[in-house]
Design a binder for this molecule. Structure first.
Ligand SMILES: [Zn+2]
Length: 196
C-alpha cells in the first residue's frame, strides 16, 4: 500500500463503559469510538488492590504509561452500585481525555495531594477536578455524580487523622456545590495522549 492510501483514523467524543467478568484482573474497559463508528480504542479498567494500597487510594485512579492510559480500581470500588461506579469511571476518563495525567502535578502523586490540600484550605478545588467532574456530568448527568460524592463522604474512614478527614470532607462538599451551580461545556481536546 502506498503512502497516499494510508487512512487516518479519527476518534470522536462517543464513549461507553463495558464491564467484563473474565476472571483476570481486567474488570472492564472504556471504549472511545472512531468518528465513522466502525471501531474504538479501549482504556482498560484493572482491579489491583496491591497497587491501590501502595498509593493509599481507596477506590480508583487513572494512570499513564508507555502503553497508554488505564484506570485502576479496588475490590471495594467494585462493590459500589454500578450507576455510582460509572460516575467515578467517567470522572477518571475526564482526567484522561483532558490530559491531566500529563501535567507535572499529576505525575507526582504526593505533590498532587499537597496542592489539593492547599486548594481546599483556600476553599477551592483544583480546576482539573472540576473539569473531570464536568466530563462525568456530560456523560451521566449531575445526579449520579452527586450521589457518588455523597457516598464517598458517608463512607470516609474514621481512623484517618482528623485534619485530613476534615479536608477530604470539605473537598467533597466544594465539589458537590460546584456541580450543583456550574454549567458544563465540553472542551475541545487534541490527542496528545495516545489511547491505544
Ligand atoms: Zn480526580
Amino acid at each position: 500500500m502506498n503512502k497516499s492510501m494510508t487512512k487516518i483514523i479519527e476518534f470522536g467524543e462517543k464513549f461507553s463503559i463495558v464491564w467484563q467478568n473474565t476472571g483476570v484482573s481486567q474488570v472492564g474497559e472504556v471504549r472511545n469510538y472512531t468518528l465513522d463508528g466502525n471501531g474504538y480504542r479501549p482504556i482498560p479498567i484493572l482491579l489491583d488492590d496491591v497497587q491501590m494500597n501502595k498509593i493509599k487510594m481507596r477506590f480508583l485512579v487513572s494512570t499513564l504509561n508507555d502503553n497508554g492510559p488505564k484506570i485502576v480500581v479496588s475490590a471495594d470500588f467494585m462493590k459500589i452500585p454500578v450507576r455510582l461506579r460509572e460516575a467515578g469511571i467517567w470522572h477518571e476518563v475526564g482526567h484522561i481525555v483532558y490530559e491531566h495525567l500529563l501535567s507535572d502535578e499529576f505525575l507526582d502523586q504526593s505533590q498532587l495531594k499537597a496542592s489539593r490540600q492547599m486548594a481546599i484550605k483556600k476553599g477551592i478545588v483544583l480546576p482539573m477536578e472540576l473539569e473531570a467532574d464536568c466530563f462525568a456530568i456530560l456523560q451521566s448527568g449531575k445526579e449520579s455524580i452527586i450521589e457518588l460524592l455523597t457516598y464517598l463522604m458517608n463512607t470516609r474512614s474514621p481512623d484517618k487523622k482528623l485534619e485530613l478527614n476534615e479536608l477530604g470532607k470539605r473537598e467533597l462538599e466544594i465539589r458537590i456545590t460546584a456541580i450543583r451551580t456550574r454549567k458544563c461545556t465540553r472542551r475541545r481536546t487534541q490527542t496528545r495522549v495516545k489511547i491505544i
